[in-house]
Design a protein around this ligand. Structure first.
Ligand code: PEP
Ligand code: MG
Length: 574
């Protein structure tokens, strides 16, 4: 039987599922009450508000109890917002002055959201959490259903427009076998949660509008295909391939190498000691990216030298004998660090961020390098230190001099396309580079990485990105230096294998992805990876100036690579 619908989206969490569909229906927007509340009813109106906020809190906490890890944390954060005394008292004051409960709660949340943004000491996602709590409380005041996640009692594939953070927190992998979303971005809350829970996830799905509740869907999170009422034999073969992948992952122990024994280096992206310990447990070869700015995001003043040494040492000591790459503060844009001199800007992603913050406060960089040098002094292999958001060779030279003066090994993140084009001379200045594909994609494709509508531009499978990465890897090889990748691209096992085929030396990723990537590459020969790289970007990978024979689009690139890898994997299994 022919499938009823063949649709596709962007796969963000790998894995396959075959189960009936259930749509997550967002509640209808509620029109707020604008009438002034008569004096004699105001106490009662306050009670309505408090009762609604209490009910929402209780439901969030009860869900938190039933879930674990980050899902439970997300729900607790939402519950804490709903009980926040400052918010409750500001709302009560407004109601006492005559504003209806729903409008009052909405106004006060809007005030808090404005303060969050202006203070610059929080991430944009906190505002999304606030709005979510507001919607729940307003729905409760109106006696409407809060949140949208249906109660499930059997395996289901959830289809949705978008998923609120607290709903993401309530996803139960026992029943939710895959998530297909019409919207969403690679860094949306629910994507992060799905990845942690191992729920296959596809975002920016097109062509699913006519899918009905109860229809059988086959979701392939390796290539982004969604098939409604698929051929049963085809569904079985996709699920079998996925089960084999799971088994390989469970059995994989590292160290990572290809099937023909070529060593591949897998590092962890971490922000604190806990994540470094997790990376070590997963078999990481060290740390490829310590995001130092996240260690101090909440502090208002620059931590003194001792505090910095203590903070870095606690993470770096987790890998005393292994490679460790620390990144200097990537302050600015979506990671405001007040004491590094970041200020509100019209266009912050293109503004004073990363290494550019020395334009305002060079001493912050010097203090940080001094602290890192102290930690490096006791190590067998000197610390590797790299700078984010570098655009010119002058900047690279200045940074390399400062790092070498302090006895450490300098590197540069390649995130700005201008520097990728200059990889050749860059390798004469620094010891290593690390490709930050999240920002490299944002800047090369001119697409804001925080904008969910632009997800398809932000796909690191875009042939232009892959061509540029291959150019950098080729330049590294010419100079006997190492090009690593530390953006999200490295956490996609299929893409990681293509990058390996291009000659990328090390892959740094969220610790939770290490086993998935390690076990996938271990089933492929290096030659298979090289063939996939050629199939994706052309006959002479990395020669940007020769005739182009590579993929036409991100979708085409992924399919070309998967075809080669799937053939190799099924030959191994037969
Ligand atoms: C990147 O841009 O790919 C990267 C790793 O840095 P961050 O995500 O922290 O900006
Ligand atoms: Mg970056």
């Amino acid at each position: 039987m022919d499938a009823r619908i063949n649709a596709r989206g962007i796969p963000v969490v790998t894995g396959a599922a075959f189960a009936p569909v259930r749509w997550v229906v967002r509640p209808q927007p509620i029109s707020l009450d604008s009438q002034t509340v008569p004096k004699e009813l105001r106490d009662h109106e306050v009670e309505r508000f408090v009762e609604a906020a209490d009910n929402v809190t209780a439901r969030l906490l009860s869900r938190a109890e039933k879930s674990v890890g980050s899902s439970s944390d997300l729900l607790r954060v939402a519950a804490a917002m709903a009980t926040d005394p400052a918010w409750r008292s500001a709302t009560t004051k407004l109601i006492q002055a005559g504003t209806p409960a729903d409008s009052a709660a909405t106004q006060t949340i809007a005030d808090i959201a404005r303060k969050f943004v202006a203070a610059g000491d929080t991430l944009a996602e906190r505002v999304t959490d606030l709005i979510d709590v507001r919607d729940r409380v307003v729905a409760e005041i109106h006696g409407m259903p809060e949140g949208a996640l249906p109660e499930l009692d059997k395996p289901t594939i959830l289809f949705c427009d978008d998923l609120a953070p607290a709903d993401a927190g309530a996803l139960d992998p026992k029943y939710v076998k895959a998530l297909v979303c019409r919207g969403g971005g690679p860094t949306s809350h629910f994507v992060i949660v799905s990845r942690q829970l191992g729920i296959p996830c596809i975002i920016s799905a097109k062509g699913i509008d006519n899918v009905e509740d109860g229809e059988l869907a086959l979701v392939d999170g390796a290539n982004g295909h969604i098939t409604i009422n698929p051929d049963a034999g085809h569904a079985r073969s996709i699920i079998a391939l996925d089960e084999a992948r799971h088994q390989a992952e469970d059995n994989w122990e590292g160290p990572a190498c290809t099937k023909d024994g070529i060593r591949i280096y897998l590092y962890g992206n971490v922000q604190d000691r806990m994540q470094a310990l997790q990376a070590r447990k997963m078999g990481a070869d060290g740390v490829g990216l310590l995001r130092t700015e996240l260690t101090f995001l909440g502090t208002r003043n620059e931590p003194n030298l001792d505090a910095q040494i203590r903070a870095y040492k606690s993470v770096i000591d987790v890998f005393p004998d292994k490679r460790f790459i620390a990144r200097t503060l990537d302050a600015g844009s979506d990671k405001p660090v007040v004491w590094a001199g970041t200020q509100p800007e019209e266009n912050p992603a293109l503004g004073v961020r990363g290494l550019r913050t020395i334009l305002r406060k060079k001493e912050v960089l010097l203090h940080q390098l001094d602290a890192l040098a102290e930690v490096s002094a006791g190590r067998k292999e000197p610390l590797r230190v790299m700078a984010p958001m570098v655009s010119t060779l002058d900047e690279a030279q200045m940074f390399a001099d400062l790092v070498r003066e302090r006895g450490m090994s300098p590197g540069i993140m390649i995130e700005v396309p201008a520097l990728a084009f200059l990889a050749d001379p860059l390798y004469q200045i620094v010891d290593f580079t690390s490709l930050g594909t999240n920002d490299l994609t944002q800047y090369l494709m001119a697409a804001d990485r925080t904008n969910p509508y632009l997800a398809s531009y932000l796909d690191a499978w875009q042939p232009a990105i892959l061509t540029l990465i291959a150019h950098v890897a080729r330049a590294a090889a010419r100079h006997g230096k190492q090009a690593c990748v530390c953006g999200e691209a490295a956490a996609d096992p299929v893409l990681a294998s293509v990058l390996t085929g291009m000659g990328v030396h090390g892959l740094s990723m969220a610790p939770s992805a290490i086993k998935t990537v390690g076990s996938y590459i271990s089933q492929l020969n290096l030659d298979t990876c090289k063939r996939a790289a050629i199939a994706v970007i052309g006959n002479d990978p990395g020669d940007m100036y020769g005739p182009y024979t590579g993929a036409f689009s991100a979708v085409d690139a992924r399919e070309r690579a998967l075809k080669i890898f799937n053939e190799a994997l099924s030959a191994t299994q037969n």
